[in-house]
Ligand binder design. Structure first.
Ligand SMILES: Cc1cc2nc3c(=O)[nH]c(=O)nc-3n(C[C@H](O)[C@H](O)[C@H](O)COP(=O)(O)O)c2cc1C
Ligand SMILES: Nc1ncnc2c1ncn2[C@@H]1O[C@H](COP(=O)(O)OP(=O)(O)OP(=O)(O)O)[C@@H](O)[C@H]1O
Length: 191
């Protein structure tokens, strides 16, 4: 699959690395909070001379468990992730089988990437029933938690907030939190 950039895209469990810096998440919309995580990851990976890797999910788990709007289709998300200069993107197809994998199976998969640092937001959850959290991952990896990125009013930026703003037709506000000049990928938007 092409990203329009230099990142290599892999299906899950297909890649092994001897060293890496990793972040994991849905990254729907690749908004300003995600962008801070990505810039930080790539800068630190280059400084350490190791490849940077984004592990993501398609479709977004929330669209599977609840009927929420997907902000960016996969191709567009890959293009945006690649824009930050990440070396590898792992895309896990998120279906019922994948969702049933226990947290420990996911930790074992991450282990094969040999992350020197694992960068996450504080609320990251994973594994069947969302049982895994940052505390569990910290037993296995050097987990670094990014400080919340907020907007000018201090509220945390999130894909959920963007979905709500779009749902209410508040597109200008959404566009500012989003941080991308064109939202042509969103259904019904004209830029
Ligand atoms: C192996 C695995 C299994 C998961 N199983 C579930 C699940 O049973 N229920 C659920 O709501 N989310 C599940 N998720 C999705 C997580 O809750 C979460 O959405 C995902 O790790 C991405 O994090 P983010 O939402 O912070 O981007 C699972 C994730 C992983 C990696
Ligand atoms: N504003 C933010 N500041 C810091 N980290 C963030 C921010 N938003 C998301 N993250 C982190 O980025 C990673 C991917 O997050 P995710 O894709 O779930 O975004 P989200 O905006 O929290 O989505 P949703 O609102 O659907 O839960 C997670 O580790 C999450 O904690």
């Amino acid at each position: 699959m092409s990203t329009g950039g230099t990142a290599k895209v892999h299906p899950h469990a297909a890649l092994a690395l001897s060293s890496s810096l990793v972040t994991v998440g849905t990254f729907d919309g690749v908004h300003r909070g995600h962008q801070a995580l990505l810039s930080n990851l790539v800068t630190r990976a280059r400084r350490r001379g190791v490849p940077s890797l984004v592990y993501t999910f398609d479709p977004p788990p929330k669209t599977v468990f609840a009927k929420v709007l997907q902000l960016t289709p996969l191709e567009e998300k890959l293009r945006r992730l690649s824009h930050f200069g990440v070396d590898h993107i792992v895309v896990a197809r998120f279906d019922a089988d994948y969702a049933a994998r226990p947290a420990e199976a996911f930790i074992a998969e991450l282990g094969r990437l040999n992350p020197r640092e694992l960068w996450l937001g504080r609320d990251f959850r994973f594994g069947q029933g969302r049982k895994g959290d940052v505390a569990l991952l910290s037993r296995y990896f050097d987990v670094r938690v990014l400080k919340d990125v907020g907007c000018t009013t201090g509220e945390r930026i999130s894909s959920s907030r963007l979905r709500a703003l779009f749902g209410e037709g508040r597109r200008e506000e959404a566009r500012r939190l989003h941080g991308w000049p064109s939202l042509g990928c969103l259904p019904g938007t004209v830029d």
